[in-house]
Ligand binder design. Structure first.
Ligand SMILES: *Cc1c(COP(=O)(O)O)cnc(C)c1O
Length: 344
């Protein structure tokens, strides 16, 4: 059996989703004439209580467009050192927007309002103009960590008081919503712009949504065109997104339950030093000696369990739509039985 826990981006469309895609009415979306795309964009905007929304090829594109619209060259973006926009988007902030970055050192990717206040530059020619605060929920590199709502609100207040824009990289926002009491509407009210991924836990093959005011999305649409991200009969992809929002949100809690069970099996193993407490669908564990990481990954792979190295001496596993209870049982049994020679 293959249990592919490398990422929640690896999911393949279900037959129901494919059926929805094949039957989608389509048109030219660059001309605004794709009915399926228009439906997805309206649906997403309504979901968050924002005026408008736009489909993007990737979460990287939706984040980068947001940063591009919110800033001008020479501005500064405040974010955590673990953030995706800083680590995994190809230096896009500098490349696309010409902005500098002020990194904060939060707890598993979560900083506090006081950190933001202390890192806003004074209005003085020496400094870049602080313009944007970006938070990520859940934090991928933080092991799927979930933000405290009160803190997000406090940061929002700081942004308002200092004329800063507030962006949410919500690639896995629905995972956070599944374990907290807030709604998409709450998030829509707090943030100027939100990016969500359809192709992670929600299981669509392609795509992310960017939401915000009409003016913001209009500008983002111009930049998307300029970056070559205007697509024609994109409704086939939109249909997958609509299907994902309708059918794959509720089930995220099953991923979370399975992640906790895997973490429990891991925490009993002598070769595991520490398992980061599991908050959603991401499990990150450290091994005793960094030199044994590849041995452990190889031993697991021989049993069909695929993982990725995540930092110096850590390994990441992610549960998702294509991991079921049978695979879970198999994986936890393997973990309980496998004897790994962790010496190099
Ligand atoms: C996956 C991810 C993105 C977007 O990644 P793409 O590969 O460009 O779709 C953005 N932010 C976070 C936190 C992510 O995990």
């Amino acid at each position: 059996m293959i249990v592919d826990l490398r990422s929640d981006t690896l999911t393949k469309p279900t037959s129901y989703m494919l059926h929805a895609m094949f039957n989608a009415p389509v048109g030219d979306d660059v001309w605004g004439e794709d009915p399926s795309m228009n439906e997805l964009e309206e649906k997403t905007a309504t979901l968050f209580g924002h005026e408008a929304a736009m489909f993007c090829t990737s979460g990287t594109m939706s984040n980068q467009l947001a940063i591009k619209v919110h800033t001008v060259p020479g501005d500064e973006v405040i974010c955590d050192r673990l953030s995706h926009i800083y680590n995994y988007e190809g230096g896009g902030i500098a490349l696309n927007s010409g902005s500098s970055v002020r990194l904060l050192f939060g707890d598993r990717g979560r900083f506090i309002a006081k950190d933001v206040i202390e890192n806003i530059n004074p209005d003085d020619v020496h400094y870049p103009r602080t313009r944007l605060v970006s938070v990520e929920n859940t934090v991928n590199k933080g092991g799927g960590s979930v933000w405290n709502w009160t803190e997000l609100q406090a940061i929002g207040k700081v942004c308002k008081e200092n004329d800063l824009r507030y962006h949410l990289d919500g690639a896995r926002l629905f995972n956070a919503l599944a374990v907290t009491s807030q709604t998409t509407q709450d998030y829509g009210q707090l943030f100027d712009s939100i990016s969500i991924c359809l192709s992670k836990g929600l299981g669509a093959p392609v795509g992310s949504m960017l939401t915000g005011s009409k003016k913001f999305i209009h500008q983002a649409r111009r930049f998307r065109r300029a970056f070559g991200g205007g697509m024609r009969q994109a409704g086939y992809l939109a249909a997958a997104g609509i299907y994902a929002l309708d059918h794959h949100v509720e089930r995220l809690k099953d991923d979370h339950r399975r992640a906790i069970q895997i973490a429990e099996a891991l925490s009993k193993q002598p070769w595991v030093e520490e398992v980061l407490s599991v908050e959603t669908n991401i499990i990150i564990f450290a091994v005793h000696d960094h030199r044994s990481v590849s041995n452990i990954m190889k031993a697991l792979e021989e049993k069909g369990i695929l993982t990725v190295q995540f930092g110096h001496k850590s390994i990441r596993m992610v549960t998702h739509l294509d991991i079921d209870d049978e695979m879970l049982e198999y994986a936890t049994n393997v973990l309980d039985e496998i004897l790994i020679n962790t010496r190099v």
